[in-house]
Design a protein around this ligand. Sequence first.
Ligand SMILES: [Zn+2]
Length: 118
Amino acid sequence: MHEITILVGLIKMVEKAAIQNNIEEIDTVVIQIGEMSSIVPKYMVKYFPNAAEDTLLENSKLKIEEIPANGLCHHCNKVFKIVKNKGKCPLCKADDWEMLSGMEFILKEIIVNSQNLE
Ligand SMILES: [Zn+2]
């Protein structure tokens, strides 16, 4: 279960950014997770409240956007959804392709509680 370790790292990163920007309250943290990264979104959501306990993010929400894994076929140049097509090009059935997206782990946005803005 490495999601907890990832969450702790994420929270530290957000806290650091918040301190640098004099932010005292964070409404929502938005992250992007690639479909083929080894991170399971539902575990991230499940363990976020525990990981955020006693931090600046204690009352914050975690929003996850999943990025589909896309592959580029080396034989016919088709771009296809890797997971849906079980790792084979749907056009020529080749399994010789490169991954274009799907391994991401990105801190996309920190949404600050708007009522605290001057
Ligand atoms: Zn192909």
